[in-house]
Design a protein around this ligand. Structure first.
Ligand SMILES: Cc1cc2nc3c(=O)[nH]c(=O)nc-3n(C[C@H](O)[C@H](O)[C@H](O)COP(=O)(O)OP(=O)(O)OC[C@H]3O[C@@H](n4cnc5c(N)ncnc54)[C@H](O)[C@@H]3O)c2cc1C
Length: 535
């Protein structure tokens, strides 16, 4: 066994080189801190490095899903499409790394395996799978809300004779399905993007669906130059208006303040049609109460089911594709030709909701006493969201407390940024924050700015540690759940609740409403970090 290399002192170690890690490194350096990013992948880009399945693209418009911290960057960068595809997003991440001279602070191909807080020296001792260790004052987990892929423990998965692809771990060389029979498991956002393109290439595509998805059209296309020019003429104003939106985006199409229940059927239908024509997440804002009132929600859901029935020619397939749960309760999908794909003669849908997959076999899959044969298997089975990356680490706080024990009943946290018992550790875009309900780049910039300001405050006030208190943490978790209770989000099984992972404790993880959240975080800081213990 090789001797562990000696711990190297740093102010800040940042785990992950996605958008969060890149911006955190930039801000830390601006603050004069010795900082380093450690990333397991061979590249920066995070989500947009790993998820390169056919059709992978952002579903918040690119003019919004981009950094705002640098006016020069947002003026210089040109997006080719309304919703950028994965290769362009990856180019953007690389551009950011180069433009801000970040590369020399990023160590790739290095997976952090664990970290423990040493109470005597008040530093985190961080270990990587390379044998390296670092001794750091601050540990920033920029590990991503959706970056721990979930592979269900299907019986016989290893026995499948053909290739198995996970959408979140897609090969870097082109995958050619021409002439192949393909099976795909899952119908969440990634599957909804991939299915139309795989169907165009494969000889036969069989989709195994547990829960039908609601998808609204993206109407993607080249970025309108007039729109780009208008936004760039006042990008700061556009960003500021978006910061006042619940999701940190969508100011061009704000929610209609009217209730879906306050208008008659003709007016309601026309309103839904108009938002459907525009496309994207704005559909959920056709009326202000779609995510708040189950009766309003049912009207929006039925409108989408009507679209499915009028699009999909086979009535039985249309019935199976029609979701039963409240709309928006699981992440809404934004699609390009998803439902139309089921009219292709080479595509069939198999419902595994009532009768789950029994086993993967060498030649395909068995469910409900039937065998389905295919040459390649695609798993679009999502992520162990929000907590997966931390729970897979040997992460220990005060007294050696493992994160797995701390979070055994759910991810306790304060402001989504800090964990009691884990001093000087910050979580970016994690559970308890608004990240999953926002344009995540907005949440990332907000968190990174808060963390950088917090470290500067500690230094300016001669403090060495900051730690969330348990009462503040309990109150925060109760608040996040109380907000969810006023919505439709608790009416279905979703990854927001941890329900997609067997055995994961059920706790509603994301917080709805970016503006009040940002106000609360600012208020906490202005009050000298209320709810935290500083030493
Ligand atoms: C397919 C897909 C589509 C998405 N679309 C949208 C969208 O339209 N709009 C939106 O707002 N958000 C979207 N998201 C969410 C997306 O994750 C965020 O927008 C954003 O990219 C997160 O950036 P991040 O830096 O926080 O995390 P990530 O980009 O996930 O980066 C985290 C990095 O940490 C690394 N890492 C994790 N653990 C370790 C470890 N132990 N050691 C070393 N490195 C580690 C990972 O390799 C990864 O590179 C999407 C996510 C997916 C998966």
């Amino acid at each position: 066994m090789t001797e562990p290399k000696p711990a190297r002192p740093l102010d800040v170690l940042i785990v992950g080189a996605g958008f969060a890690g890149l911006y955190m490194l930039h801000r830390a350096r601006q603050g004069g801190l010795a900082a380093r990013v450690v990333e397991s992948a061979p590249s920066v880009g995070g989500t947009w490095y790993h998820n390169r399945y056919p059709g992978a693209r952002v579903d918040i418009q690119s003019m919004e899903y981009s950094f705002s911290f640098s006016p020069a960057l947002q003026q210089a960068w040109h997006w080719s499409e309304r919703y950028a595809a994965q290769p362009e997003l990856l180019r953007y991440a690389n551009h950011v790394a180069d433009r801000f001279g970040l590369r020399d602070g990023i160590q790739l191909n290095t997976r952090v395996s664990g970290a423990a807080f040493d109470e005597d020296i008040e530093r985190w001792i961080v270990r990587a799978d390379t044998g390296e260790t670092w001794s750091v004052r601050f540990l920033v987990m920029a590990t991503g809300p959706l970056s721990a892929p979930n592979t269900p423990a299907f019986d016989g998965l290893d026995s499948f004779a053909g290739p198995v692809y996970h959408t979140a771990n897609w090969p870097h060389e082109p995958v050619d399905f021409t002439g192949k029979r393909v099976g795909i498991v899952g119908t969440g956002s990634s599957a909804v993007q991939a299915i139309p393109l795989i169907a165009q290439q494969a000889r036969e595509l069989t989709v195994f669906q547990r829960t039908a998805a609601y998808a609204v059209p993206a109407h993607n296309g080249p970025l309108d130059p007039a729109f780009e020019a208008r936004i760039k003429a006042d990008y700061a104003g556009f960003r500021a208006r978006n910061l006042r939106m619940s999701g940190g985006f969508g100011s061009e199409l704000p929610p209609n303040p009217v209730s879906a229940l306050a208008v008659g059927p003709t007016e309601r239908e026309a309103a839904f049609e108009e938002r459907w024509r525009i496309g994207g997440f704005g559909f959920l804002g056709t009326f202000h109460d779609i995510l708040l009132d189950e009766r309003a929600n049912a009207l929006a859901a039925e409108f989408v089911r009507g679209k499915i029935r009028s699009t999909v020619r086979d009535p039985e397939t249309a019935r199976l594709l029609s979701p039963k749960q409240t709309i928006g309760c699981k992440r809404l999908c934004v699609d390009t030709g998803y439902y139309e794909t089921y009219n292709r003669p080479n595509v069939r849908l198999v419902d595994v909701g009532e009768h789950p997959i029994d086993a993967i076999t060498p030649t395909g899959l068995e469910t409900h006493g039937r065998a389905y044969a295919f040459d390649a298997l695609v798993l679009a089975t999502g992520f162990d969201a929000m907590t997966g990356t931390l729970m897979r680490l040997d992460l220990r706080g005060r007294g050696g407390l493992p994160i797995q024990q701390k979070w055994r009943a759910g991810p306790l946290n304060y402001l989504g940024l800090a964990i009691a018992g884990f001093p000087n550790l910050f979580n970016v875009a994690g559970p308890g924050s608004t990240s999953a309900f926002t344009n995540v780049i907005v949440s990332i910039e907000h968190h990174v700015n808060w963390i950088a300001d917090c470290i500067a405050y500690l230094d300016a006030h001669g403090r060495s540690t900051i730690e969330a208190t348990e009462p503040a943490e309990s109150a925060w978790v109760a608040h996040v759940n109380a907000v969810a209770q006023r919505t439709v989000f608790l009416t279905c099984n979703s990854w927001y609740l941890g329900a997609n992972i067997p055995g994961k404790p059920r706790m509603f993880m994301p917080l709805l409403g970016f503006p009040p959240y940002a106000d609360k975080c600012a208020d906490v800081a202005n009050k000298g970090y209320e709810g935290f213990a500083l030493a």
